[in-house]
Every structure is written in structure tokens, then in C-alpha cells.
Design a protein around this ligand. Structure first.
Ligand SMILES: [Zn+2]
Length: 399
């Protein structure tokens, strides 16, 4: 019924609820998925990379509050969909992903890389029990360039050859940024996981309906604040990007640039390292340009020589226009049920809270480390990672 009320003032909102019938014929709550219309509208203007993040709920229901989010053009978290699933139940995860891909079919590559990298990190720690090894693996995993990756890789090989072999068998594209072929911008190295989750954390102690309402109110306020902020911004790109550009520009001042063609340049930095910039393909061998879609310092040095406007090389998603569009949609308050006409079928079927399976003591929020191989691929397998794992993985990968 609450979902019906929310939808009445928030058109375009997608909600799904899964229930089961117990032995006595009572309808029990099982899973929940919701995505507000305003967020769905904004998704069109977003970089198509999604991070899944979650928190174990502290109420009666032994569940996990899951959030799928992206980043807006100002490097701020942008919520897309929220769900409630059971922590140690694969079926719930599969269910969440099925609903998510209804409007975000590109969810897989990044979620895959993230889940895989985390799982791997944990396995390395568990299997080889060697101080510092897991840290090396993490550094190797998040290196942008193959050169940096190799630097860390040599140390892994020296420390534990068996571990290096194990990692090779998994396949480098599955756990390293430098060999990852998809488009992940800076998400793996950002602290995106922290904010939405931290904000939602306050809600996890409430019963489910109150929790959803808490999140709705929170997002409503976020949207309003950001809409105001985007309206006041007068620069071409978002404030974070403008700042980053200035940093890159300052760095680029003393670089030596040599042309190879009209588009390809060799750029030597202040300490004599050499980089190749391709202004046509929008790449640099430091790979910052490739990943972020924002010119790196080497590219900016080449731009000066070629007399190219750096803004022409920035991805559209970082401009103020699309950023504003993301927050155009308004999240509306939920109407009072006494003032609304509610379809009879919604009032007739009461949905009961599930019988809690949680025993005494503190809720377990970490899974016991699994051994064996890392899974690659299917939703079912992906679903096996609990939320906290993905969250922790991001924490580990954050420089
Ligand atoms: Zn560069």
C-alpha cells in the first residue's frame, strides 16, 4: 500500500515486491525493489557504470539493504535503485539483478570486476596468509597502466610464486584495471561506496516501510539541494571537473611536447618520463585520459601545442547541462493514505513481516571466507557476494 502511495505522486517509479505464502496461508514479505521515477529519468544522462553497495539491516528482518548507484558529472553519488534481499540467499540477489537490468542492462561489467577483485583479495589473504601479499595484489589490481601493474606483479612473483600462478589462472582482465576492457571511469578508485551507504545506514534499524520512507525523504532532499547547486553553477563543466582540470593544467606547464603527427604527441614530464598522447583517439599512455574521459596533464600539454580547446576533449557527461538534467526530476512526498483512493486488492491482502530467522546475538555481517576459485560470470554467482563484501572491496581499493 505504501508503494502504491509513493507511485501516485512519483510517476515513473518502479516497484516490485516478492511475497511467499506460509503454511497457514499468510502472505509474508520476501524481497523488495524500488527505483524512483526522478532517478530513472536522470539515468539517461548518466555514465553507464553502476556500483552495487549494501548494508546489513538491523531490524527484525534478516536482510540486506542494497543500493545500485552511479556517479553524476560532479563525481557525486547518484542513486538508481534500492532493494531489500536476504543476506545469504542467492535467489534474492538474482531477483534484485533481474529487476535492475530492466532499466540498466550495462550493470554487469563493473559489478563483475568489483565483486571479482574483492573475492580474489580475500582468497589471497586466506590461502597464502602472507603479510603484505594481499596489499600487493590490491595495488596491482588498481594500477592504471600495464607498467605500473608489472611493477607490483614482480613483487607478487618474488613474494609468492604460487600466488602469482593462481592469479594468472583467473585471468588478468577479471581483476585488474590495467587489463580491464570495459569502461569504468574512476569508479573503482573513488570512494563512491561510502556516501549513500553511510546516509542510508540510519534507516536500517527501522521496519521496512519506515526505512523506505526514510530513504525517499533523504533522496528528495538530496535532489533538491543538488538541483539548486547545479542551477547556481556558471562554469562549463561541473565544479569538481573544473578543479581537476586546473590541477592537470598546473602540472602540465613544464612538459616538453614533440609532435609525431597532427594528432599524436610525445610528452616528457618534469622527471623525464615519456608519454604518448593521441588527441584523435583521446588516449594517453598514462591512461588517466582513457579512464576518466578528462584530459590528463600530458594531453593538456599537447593541446597547447596544437592549439586545441581542452573542453572539446572532455566527455559530455561532465558538462553542466547533462548534470542539471539528472536532477530535473522531482522526488515528491508521499500522500496521506486517508486522503487517497486505494485499490481494494491492496487493502485486502495484508503482507506480514517474514518470520525472522535471526538468532540471538549480533547480526552476522560478514560471510565466512570461501576458498577455491573465483567465479566469473553469471548473475547467480555474482549474487553470492554479500553486500558488505563489495563495500569492503571498494574500501580496499580506495587509495
Ligand atoms: Zn597522460
Amino acid at each position: 500500500m505504501y508503494l502504491h502511495l509513493v507511485k501516485s505522486t512519483n510517476p515513473g517509479t518502479i516497484t516490485e515486491i516478492e511475497t511467499t505464502i506460509d503454511k497457514k496461508g499468510k502472505t509474508l514479505f520476501k524481497y523488495l525493489f524500488f527505483a524512483f521515477g526522478a532517478c530513472n529519468d536522470g539515468y539517461k544522462f548518466m555514465r553507464k557504470v553502476i556500483v552495487i553497495d549494501g548494508t546489513v539491516m538491523k531490524g527484525k528482518y534478516k536482510g540486506c539493504l542494497v543500493a545500485a548507484s552511479g556517479q553524476d558529472g560532479n563525481m557525486q553519488i547518484y542513486p538508481l535503485a534500492i532493494g531489500v534481499v536476504e543476506v545469504e540467499d542467492d535467489a534474492g540477489w538474482v531477483w534484485f539483478f533481474k529487476n535492475l537490468i530492466k532499466f540498466v542492462p550495462e550493470v554487469y561489467p563493473m559489478a563483475h570486476l568489483a565483486a571479482c577483485a574483492f573475492h580474489l583479495f580475500r582468497n589471497v589473504k586466506h590461502k597464502y596468509n602472507c603479510g603484505g601479499l594481499a596489499g600487493l595484489v590490491s595495488k596491482a589490481g588498481r594500477a592504471y597502466t600495464v607498467g605500473d601493474f608489472r611493477y607490483w606483479w614482480r613483487q607478487i612473483e618474488e613474494t609468492k610464486p604460487e600466488c602469482a600462478e593462481y592469479l594468472l589462472n583467473i585471468g588478468l582482465p577479471h581483476w585488474t584495471l590495467s587489463h580491464f576492457t570495459g569502461n569504468c571511469y574512476n569508479l573503482i578508485s573513488s570512494n563512491i561506496s561510502e556516501s549513500l551507504n553511510a546516509a542510508m545506514h540510519k534507516g536500517v534499524e527501522y521496519p521496512i516501510v519506515s526505512m523506505v520512507e526514510f530513504i525517499r525523504a533523504m533522496l528528495m532532499r538530496w535532489f533538491w539541494c543538488r538541483r539548486t547547486f547545479t542551477g547556481k553553477t556558471r562554469s562549463k563543466c561541473t565544479p569538481e571537473i573544473e578543479e581537476l582540470l586546473i590541477d592537470h593544467l598546473k602540472e602540465s606547464l613544464n612538459y616538453a611536447v614533440l609532435g609525431a603527427t597532427d594528432w599524436i604527441y610525445q610528452v616528457n614530464d618534469a622527471v623525464g618520463c615519456e608519454f604518448t598522447v593521441d588527441l584523435e583517439k583521446k588516449t594517453c599512455t598514462c591512461r588517466v585520459f582513457d579512464f576518466l574521459k578528462i584530459p590528463c596533464c600530458h594531453t593538456l600539454a599537447a593541446c597547447r601545442v596544437r592549439n586545441i580547446d581542452p573542453y572539446s576533449l572532455i566527455s559530455e557527461c561532465y558538462f553542466v547541462g547533462p548534470w542539471r538534467e539528472k536532477y530535473k526530476g522531482v522526488l515528491m512526498p508521499c500522500p496521506n493514505e486517508r486522503d487517497c483512493d486505494i485499490p481494494i486488492e491492496l487493502t485486502e491482502v495484508p503482507v506480514n513481516p517474514p518470520r525472522t530467522k535471526r538468532g540471538g546475538g549480533r547480526p552476522k555481517n560478514k560471510r565466512i571466507p570461501s576458498q577455491g576459485e573465483v567465479d566469473h560470470g553469471t548473475t547467480g554467482k555474482l549474487a553470492r557476494r554479500s553486500y558488505d563484501e563489495v563495500k569492503m572491496m571498494f574500501a580496499l581499493l580506495t587509495p
